[in-house]
Design a protein around this ligand. Structure first.
Ligand code: NAG
Length: 362
């Protein structure tokens, strides 16, 4: 018992160590991008705080004396402190750490740089602590994204690490676009406009796999389920007209644009051309045609009786019938025999009856 316990404890310790290591590896990988986003969050909150405190003053309002002797609230250290206090959620370690580390920079900017460099994000995150890059650039040296920093990925995708000191500058293209520069169209789209720096991909007609224009006559290749007609346009294939039918015997075929589906026939049918008991090719056993609709045969009211044993009754159901022993009788060795008295019933162990009381005892 003891050794198993300590083994368990060791195992738990090891998995903790592994988790911490894993956390650090994944953390350092996304570091450069997330550090920039922390910085952006701080400068965004700074701007919000600046607006929030715009209508405030030194509590009681700037008196004439205050205006002469102290600096005005507008440019005061007190206002700066009020803004800086609200830059981070108390729970955000990264944010609070960054603000603490660079508190001096906020003061420098507030008193000496604000007029010349009004964009705090640019001055602080990009130029001073260098954790972000200008829009359209990425990586340690802020190189231009693929497609250029003006319109990264030619406006059709996202550049990895855009605006941060991380990433590789490669494009992940928006839907409909592909290629290193997001100028090519994926299958099912065509270049409506295209030059070396600009591309607009538009959807093909639904019948085309690939195309050069928007109609079903502009297909290069038809999509599966569509075929060329006489006029070189892609038209729907009617799979249901094929011989043999693509569906099972107890199903009917429903053609759809570009495809088809197989649906189960009504249970009154043996083969059918559509849904419902009036679309049967033939009636299933136990059903008969009545003015074009397959309806249940009442076997019990036929002139020739179907339940012929003594003391049994006929019960009709949909598509068939049952022969059951009349009340007071029960099935025994293929015959309906009078039920035994309840006391005696419990003793008859060889009986094949399946009454519920007996069944439970078994
Ligand atoms: C490419 O096309 C766009 C949009 O039509 C146009 O604004 C741009 O000037 C074109 N560039 C060149 C090099 O032709």
């Amino acid at each position: 018992m003891l050794s198993t316990g300590s083994q368990l404890r060791l195992l738990r310790l090891l998995s903790c160590v592994a988790l911490v290591l894993l956390f650090q590896v994944t953390n350092s990988k996304k570091d450069l991008k997330s550090t920039c986003s922390t910085c952006r969050q701080i400068t965004d909150n700074f701007n919000k705080g600046f607006e929030r405190t715009a209508k405030q003053n030194f509590g009681g309002g700037n008196t004439a004396w205050e205006e002469r002797t102290l600096s005005k609230y507008e440019t005061s250290e007190i206002r700066l402190m009020e803004i800086v206090e609200e830059l981070c959620d108390s729970s955000s370690f990264d944010c609070n750490h960054m603000v603490e580390e660079h508190e001096d920079h906020f003061e420098t900017w507030w008193f000496k740089r604000k007029t010349k460099h009004p964009d705090l994000h640019k001055w602080f995150c990009i130029e001073t602590i260098k954790v972000c890059c200008p829009k359209g650039t990425f990586g340690p040296d802020c190189n231009a994204c693929l497609g250029g920093s003006e319109r990264p990925c030619h406006g059709n995708g996202n550049c990895d690490g855009d605006g941060t000191r991380g990433g590789n500058g490669k494009c992940s293209c928006d839907n409909a676009y592909r290629g290193e520069f997001c100028l090519d169209c994926i299958d099912g789209y065509f270049n409506e406009v295209r030059n070396d720096t600009f591309s607009l991909c538009t959807a093909c007609d639904t019948s085309c796999k690939t195309c050069t224009g928007a109609t079903n006559q502009d297909c290069d290749e038809c999509k599966e389920g569509w075929e060329d007609d006489d006029q070189e346009a892609c038209v729907d294939v009617n799979e249901c007209a094929k011989d043999p039918s693509p569906c099972e015997e107890d199903q009917y075929c429903l053609n759809t644009d570009g495809s088809y589906s197989c649906k189960g026939c009504d249970k009154t049918c043996s083969g059918c051309t559509g849904a419902g008991p009036d679309k049967c090719q033939a009636c299933a056993s136990g059903y008969q045609d009545a003015e074009g609709t397959c309806t249940d045969i009442d076997e019990c009211s036929q002139p020739e009786p179907v339940c012929t044993r003594e003391h049994e009754e006929c019960v009709n159901n949909k598509g068939s019938y049952l022969c059951i022993c009349s009340s007071g009788y029960e099935e025994q060795d293929g015959e309906c025999v009078q039920k035994l008295e309840p006391e005696k019933e419990e003793e008859s162990e060889t009986s094949e009856t399946t009454t519920s009381t007996h069944g439970e005892e078994l």
